[in-house]
Structure formats: C-alpha cells, structure tokens
Design a protein around this ligand. Structure first.
Ligand code: SAH
Length: 347
C-alpha cells in the first residue's frame, strides 16, 4: 500500500513539498484541495508535482462504493480503503446540524456480545488520514468545502474502539479540528469508548476537549462482563474515577451510552443501581433500544419498556434521554452493513 497524504499535518505537508523542490505555496494549494475532499489527480497543481506525489501516495485513500439512504434522510456508506478493506460511515441530519459517525478500525477486537463490528475480530487500525478522509469525502459529497462545512458534528461510534487505536485517533482529532483545515471544533466531536481506563487519563491530558462517551450498558461489573469482555479488565468504579478526572481536566460533562437489552440490563434493580452510581455526577445517560444483530441472540425491548426505564432514571434525578434511532431501515447498527457485505461477497 502506498502512503496516505491525508496522514500529514499542514506542517508536514509543507516539509514534503519543500523536499520535492517545490515552492512553499504549493503546500497550501495541495492542502486546500485535500480539505475539499479532492483526490490528488483532481487537485490543481503542476503535472510534475502531481506525478511525483502519485508515485508514493494513494490518489483516493477512501472511496464510497455503496450508499444506502433511509426514509429519515440518514445515509450510510460502505467505503473501500486502498488495500481493499471495507469500513462504514453514517451521515445523520439533525436540526442543529449534520453528524457523521466514523469508523476508527477495520473490525474490532473488543468482542462485545451485542455488536456486529467485532464479529470477525480486528483486521487493522485505520490511520489518521483514513479517518480524516471519511469526513472529507462525506463533507464534499454534501457540498461542504473551504469555509462552508456540511459535516458539523462527528461521533467516533462506527466500527472499532477509538482508544484501542490511540495515536492515530489523536492525530485525527488534531487534523480534523485544525483551524486552517476543515476545523470541526473538538466540542462538536464525541469519542465513544467501551472503557479503556488508562487511555481515558491520557486523553484528558491532550488538550482536546472532546465529549467523552462511555458504553456502560450495565451498572455492575458482573452485568457488564456478561456482554462486554473489557469489563473483566476495568471496573465500573475505575471508569467513574477516570470520568471524574476527565471532567476536572476538560470541564466537559461525560455521557453514558446504555443499550437496552431484554431481560439483561433494564429491570427496576438496574435503574436503582444506576441512580445510586451516577446521581449528582456531571453526566448524562443516553438510552438506546438494542439494535438486534442477526448473528447474536440478544433481544431488544419494547418502546414502552424503554420509556419506563427512562422514567425511573428521571425520577431518581438522573439526566437521561432515549436516543432516537436513526436509519433503522438501512442496517443502522454498528458494523451490520459491513458484515452483510462481507457475507454476500464471500458467497
Ligand atoms: N467501541 C466504541 C465505539 C463504537 S460503538 C464503544 O464501545 O463505545 C458505538 C455505540 O454503539 C457503543 O455504545 C456500542 O456499545 C453501541 N452498540 C454497538 N452495537 C449495538 C447494537 N447492536 N445495538 C445498540 N447499540 C449498539
């Protein structure tokens, strides 16, 4: 595989351009083209520079090969990487702006029992430039570029565990929020993790005030461990301590994702435990009804049960909402589309 130009920061790109014997302003031209989601071959630079770049660098590191559009306007993309690997990304329209959900790894090695992304394990990490290209491609597709942004918010909730690909994800966060680039504010970016505690402490030190989202899914260690292998390594109380540290360092309230699974985590006793665990903390609970995955036998709850659970949390003084499930009709859940794509191409 060739190198990826989008992996370079603006400063690194300038050094590359100078090392190729070109004038410094060429770096700006090139960078602006990349930030507009253009492939190298479509950027307005001299043919000689284009040719020497194309010898070493991927022309188009991320290509949309399939788009599914939901009745609610959500778009889901299958994207192909230069080595042929497939990832997915989702574009959702809200009244405050457009949110893109990006993948950070091909597959995942966390092994959560409800998740389709992890079915085939981890294939490889994405580079920062590949994650950035997911955004640049979709931003351009929706008419964004230059000062005008079509993607206003980003969630790292696609395939992969962002904190299991720490360095590349941090570099991506820096490049996507660079003021001279696409400039998505860290405050409009949410990083979701299954709870890799040491990396939460590291993230707190990066000076990147992104929203920290924790996939909790149960208030107890035993309950979490039934569906999330990572719970055997880090306890709920260690996670909460790390979250408080994150809040102290960044001033950002943190969020818990809680997928409601029938007969598993949404009884009255679970609500009570959650309340005693989280009451008074600077946090919010996002409930989502489990998106059933064909390969897994876990079942979702009824809408009524979800609202009952929400009511209990609210009565107990927690800030909570039921997350509107977008794109259900287009294999909305994490990794479902890639899994079904791999299945049909294997056949
Ligand atoms: N690895 C990260 C981010 C990716 S998953 C993490 O664990 O947070 C984004 C969110 O979707 C997580 O909260 C995850 O637990 C949840 N999720 C995965 N599969 C799901 C499903 N089938 N139904 C509902 N939520 C799911």
């Amino acid at each position: 595989m060739k190198k990826i130009l989008q992996d370079l920061s603006y400063g690194e790109l300038e050094n590359l351009i100078l090392s190729l014997g070109e004038k410094k302003f060429r770096a700006k031209q090139l960078y602006d083209g990349l930030m507009r989601g253009k492939s190298i071959s479509k950027i307005n630079i001299s043919p000689a520079l284009r040719e020497s770049l194309l010898k070493d660098y991927e022309n188009e590191p991320v290509k949309i090969i399939k788009t599914l559009t939901s009745s609610d306007g959500t778009e889901k993309y299958l994207m192909q990487l230069a080595d042929g690997n497939i990832i997915e990304s989702v574009f959702m329209r809200y009244n405050y702006g457009n949110t893109q959900c990006v993948s950070t790894q091909v597959g995942c090695r966390m092994g959560c029992k409800f998740c389709a992304s992890t079915l085939g394990g981890l294939v490889r990490n994405l580079t920062s430039g590949e994650i950035l290209s997911e955004v640049l491609t979709v931003n351009a597709l929706h008419g964004g570029g230059g000062a005008k942004r079509a993607v206003t918010n980003i969630v790292l909730m696609g395939s992969g565990e962002p904190l299991d690909n720490y360095q590349n994800v941090i570099k991506f966060l820096r490049s996507v929020s660079d003021e001279i680039g696409i400039n998505v504010s860290p405050r409009n970016i949410s990083l979701s993790t299954c709870g890799i505690v040491p990396e939460i402490y590291n993230l707190a030190e990066e000076g990147l005030p992104v929203n920290l989202t924790i996939s909790l899914h149960s208030p107890t260690d035993e309950g979490r461990a039934r569906t999330m292998p990572i719970a055997k390594k880090y306890s709920v109380s260690e996670i909460l301590k790390a979250c408080d540290y994150y809040f102290k360092k960044t001033g950002r309230r943190y969020i818990f994702e809680y997928s409601l699974i029938a007969d598993e985590n949404c009884g009255r006793e679970h609500a009570e435990k959650l309340i005693s665990l989280l009451k008074g903390k600077p946090c919010h609970v996002n409930l989502i009804r489990l998106n059933e995955v064909e390969e897994r036998d876990l079942k979702t709850v009824t809408e009524k049960q979800a609202y009952q659970f929400l009511g209990s949390l609210e009565k107990g003084g927690l800030s909570a909402t039921i997350r509107r499930s977008m794109g259900n009709d287009i294999a909305g859940a994490c990794g479902q589309l890639r899994a079904s794509h791999l299945k049909t191409t294997e056949r």
